[in-house]
Design a protein around this ligand. Sequence first.
Ligand code: GLU
Length: 476
Amino acid sequence: MNDQTSKKVITRFAPSPTGHLHIGGARTAIFCWLMARHFGGKFLLRIEDTDIERSRQEYTESILSSMRWLKLDWDDEPVFQRGRFYIYDKNIERLLESGHAYWCACSPEEVETMRERARAAGEKPRYDGRCRNLHLGPGPGRVVRLAAPMAGRIEFTDMAKGRLSFDASELDDMVLRRADGAPTYNFSVVVDDIAMNVSHVLRGDDHVNNTPRQILIYRALGADLPVFGHVPMILGPDRQKLSKRHGAKAVIEYEKDGLLPEALVNYLVRLGWSQGDKEIFSREELVAAFNGKNLSGSPAAFDPEKLLWVNARHLREAKPEDILPLLLPFLEEAGAPMRDRTLLLGAISLFQPRARTLKDLAEQMRTLLIAADELHYDGEILALLGTEGCGHLVCLGGKIDELPDFCPETLHQCLRAYVEERGVKFKAVGQAMRIALLGSVNGPDLAGAMAILGKDEVRNRLDRTLAQFSAATNHI
Ligand code: GLU
């Protein structure tokens, strides 16, 4: 451990429940989780629901459910800011008593006029501190402000951006407690991060300008500073702010599209952190490698195609037993009948190298799982089969009947022997068999698919195809 991590690592994810969990927030959560797990520390969750108008219970539930799906387990009970107003008030009292804060009676309109005036004079818009020495007490419409230092520099070393330095004279006396009694974001965050013993504050760099202000609050409360890390935003491929039109969705949508949580975690981590040029990481590898270093200081671009590529890689490497429970809802959605576990596992291992998502996998598997009479051969595909293809089906059907067993090796040999004996291309035979067995010209390993279907079902599908072919040709 270096000096930044010599005390127990405690990170937190602090979403505002004003929407579903999006990929930017998810990535922050993943970084915080990895940091805690890497150092054997704690990962805490805090729901920042002080904005009564915009916060909704359903979003809290949705965020927690996305976190569970991503397997970002948190320690302790989640903290809800809404239940902590009395704690913020206590801290306000402390700051008022120690002279680090004061009551201000200026109306929002007056403050706006001050700002306008400063702007007109070419200065930074700021509150001019006129109530600072008036020793006012509480009253309707009054806010509490921090008596911020007028000069000096505020500096810290950021985990992603390196050394940052701000001029204290640029910051005005910020509001800590609003007229309605609610704490401001900067104040509640600092009070809670201190109370929760947070050692590392990792968040999006849209908050980087809040950090010098928060540091002033830490100082006023006499608390040690945590280590800060501000990870750059995720942008669209056109380097503009990420939005739906770039194909970016809420985490919950990716779950519905059939992504694996491991793949989304892997992809998002790589959008802001690297270890050489390694692209594919298991969760265990990430936990072992992620120590908070090598965070990128510049924004990364979201690429939906690459996300699918990463997903396909994870899907190919996952164990069929791990895929099965995640796949069940997709099989149902695809209208595939439930079959026994062994058959399902066999079908997964057959199709998984060819699928990009669970949805895709379920749709491909459906052709193998449905009853033969549901397989529909349309005119176009029957035309592709042709008389020659039918000839292959008839001959191969005869050979298959005589096989001693129906395991993939035997079937493979049978197909090879047939191709050699006839002096035909494997491709032509393979295509005819795929059409008959799966109703499509593309498909997985043929011998593997036949072994899963079993002799009777293969026979059944060959006969049906031949019958449909002859019906179609007679009709013409
Ligand atoms: N509630 C803030 C947000 O969602 C948290 C920022 C922070 O981590 O301090 O952006």
